[in-house]
Write a protein that binds this ligand. Structure first.
Ligand code: HEC
Length: 137
């Protein structure tokens, strides 16, 4: 019993460190927007509309799609935006389509953000401009 209690304590403290600000909810602008800007919007914007998906604004990301909704607030398991990050790299639906996997803590943040309701503000705060990066080798 003692062992269980201390393991639980370790898990809880790890979870607390992550949200050190005392605010348990994920902040779209600070935590999710940079991930999308850095890893997704270069291929999913109004000019480069791969998979016919534009992730530049909430309205676009929440638009109806043939393959199903990209984001289902509070249900990460039904959200393609999360599911595609969990696929094995060799799966052709795995994202990012570059073959790189995004770090587990970022995948978890996206999962948590969706579970908390996928708050994505309208307007400037929620708008993501594509970063025209040079291809890295
Ligand atoms: C190098 C370009 C590229 C990058 C970077 C990229 N994608 Fe994609 N994405 C694609 C392509 C190509 C498709 C279409 C794949 C298909 O339908 O087979 C696609 C499709 C998708 C779909 C739709 C899947 C479906 O079944 O309709 C989602 C959701 C998605 N991407 C999310 C993301 C997310 C989230 C990121 C960032 C972590 C990301 N993508 C990064 C190229 C990219």
């Amino acid at each position: 019993m003692k062992i269980h209690a201390s393991l639980l304590a370790i898990c809880l403290s790890a979870a607390t460190i992550r949200n050190a600000a005392g605010d348990p909810s994920v902040d779209f602008v600070k935590q999710i927007k940079p991930i999308l800007a850095d890893r997704c919007v270069e291929c999913h914007n109004s000019e480069t509309l791969l998979g016919e998906l534009n992730l530049q604004t909430r309205a676009l990301a929440f638009g109806k799609r043939v393959t199903g909704p990209v984001i289902v607030p509070k249900n990460a398991e039904k959200s393609l935006l999360y599911l595609v990050l969990t696929l094995p790299a060799k799966d052709k639906k795995a994202m990012p389509a570059t073959g790189h996997r995004i770090p587990k803590d970022e995948v978890n943040l996206i999962r948590q953000w969706i579970t908390e309701g996928a708050n994505w503000p309208e307007g400037k705060d929620g708008a993501i401009a594509p970063q025209h990066k040079k291809a890295k080798n």
